[in-house]
Ligand binder design. Structure first.
Ligand code: PLP
Length: 377
């Protein structure tokens, strides 16, 4: 392809992520109506790939695609998977699982919002206790990786408990899918969700739920609480018509087809190792500049690091953000309750050299602000 190179920005925010030029340019295609068979074929293959990425058996699992940001999946799963007279249990240990509870609240659904400490992974024993305590629970919901803090939750163990009591296990895997290896069966999952702009390193606007087909069929007669995000309706339409019910994000789908091709070329394990090497490069830089982090390393996803602001009157997040931003690096505010933190993330098509370059830039920026380096607490 002889398109010009696009200016490369190193995004250290928690998605959208840095993409390859080949993915960017995959969007440049002849105009097409998405109701054409040719486009339907692309969607069909994409749905199958999305299931295969999490080692799902195509006879058992299916992908349901939506036009929207990742939150559309939370909306769809929470609103569509709870039978009449039953409840959803939300294991809430951060901002993203809290969003699941908020959706339940907005749809006036009977739900249990089990608030757990946000600076540690979900305690499986507490989850089991809550499941046992209420026979009306039909669905157990949690987030794999709380992107706000960087905490990784033990979904395999939680899934095992959910299945022991015959509950449907729904997990928000938006910030781990296609980064940390996931296996639908081994990890005891029934429904997971993700969005093209995160682990797949594609464009925004395409989100998808991977679900157990038998359970999707069962949900046919569940109370309908939403129209646009009804999971069964979208599933049924894709199954019978081979297309999304409403207009798909056409260009993002082309980009995502290319991103999936690049995903298979790299391979699950090599990609996960690259993300981990970025995380190590982040810690190397933080340690060198004396920064402190919030979450113990062994509790982390290795995809997001929450960094504490230094205790220096000259430090100002916006100023340092703007300094590095003007030089091609994007950093992001934190989300660990009210603690003054910012986040550095290991998403996207970046390499450890990019992270090293970022820390050189960060050091210059801190010094130009008059912040003492190594930083002080
Ligand atoms: C990014 C993300 C989402 C989706 O957020 P949007 O802003 O709607 O794209 C959902 N869950 C998790 C865990 C995420 O990291």
């Amino acid at each position: 392809m002889d398109y010009p190179k696009v200016k490369r920005n190193v995004l250290l925010n928690p998605g959208p992520a840095t993409t390859t030029d080949t993915v960017k340019y995959a969007q440049v295609v002849p105009d097409i109506c998405p109701r054409e068979k040719e486009f339907g074929q692309i969607m069909k293959e994409m749905g199958e790939d999305l299931v295969k990425i999490v080692h799902g058996d195509l006879n058992k699992y299916t992908a349901v695609l939506f036009t929207g940001s990742g939150t559309i999946n939370i909306d769809a799963c929470v609103s569509s998977l709870v039978p009449a007279g039953k409840k959803i249990l939300i294991l809430n240990n951060g901002a993203y699982s809290a969003r699941g509870a908020e959706v339940a609240q907005y749809y006036h659904m009977d739900h249990i919002n089990l608030k757990l400490p946000i600076t540690e992974p979900i305690d499986v024993a507490k989850a089991e206790e809550a499941i046992k305590a209420d026979p009306d629970i039909a669905v157990v919901y949690c987030c794999h990786h709380e992107t706000g803090t960087g905490i990784l939750n033990p979904i395999r163990e939680i899934g095992a408990v959910a299945h022991k009591y015959d509950k449907t296990m729904v997990v928000d895997t938006t910030s781990t899918y296609a980064m940390i290896p996931i296996d639908m069966d081994k990890d005891n999952l029934d429904f997971i969700m993700a969005s093209a702009q995160k682990g797949l390193m594609s464009m925004t606007g395409l989100s998808y739920v991977i679900g157990n087909t038998a359970k999707l069929e069962e949900s046919k007669d569940y109370p309908t609480r939403s129209y646009y995000t009804n999971l069964y309706m979208q599933y049924d339409f894709i199954k019978n018509k081979g297309e999304m019910h409403f207009t798909p994000p056409v260009q993002t789908i082309y980009a995502t087809r290319q991103a999936i091709k690049e995903y298979w070329e790299v391979g699950e394990q090599a990609k996960w190792e690259r993300h981990q090497s970025l995380w190590e490069a982040i810690y190397k830089g933080l340690d060198r500049l004396g920064f402190q982090t919030i979450i113990p390393r062994e509790m982390q996803s290795k995809l997001v690091v929450s960094v504490l602001y230094p205790n220096d009157p000259n430090f100002d997040f916006t100023t340092i953000h703007d300094y590095v931003y003007e030089r091609g690096f994007t950093i992001y505010p934190g989300k660990v309750s009210d603690l003054p933190t910012f986040r550095l993330c290991a998403l996207g098509t970046i390499v450890p050299k990019d992270v090293d370059d970022f820390f050189v830039c960060l050091e210059e920026g801190l010094k130009s602000m008059g912040v003492q380096v190594p930083v002080k607490y």
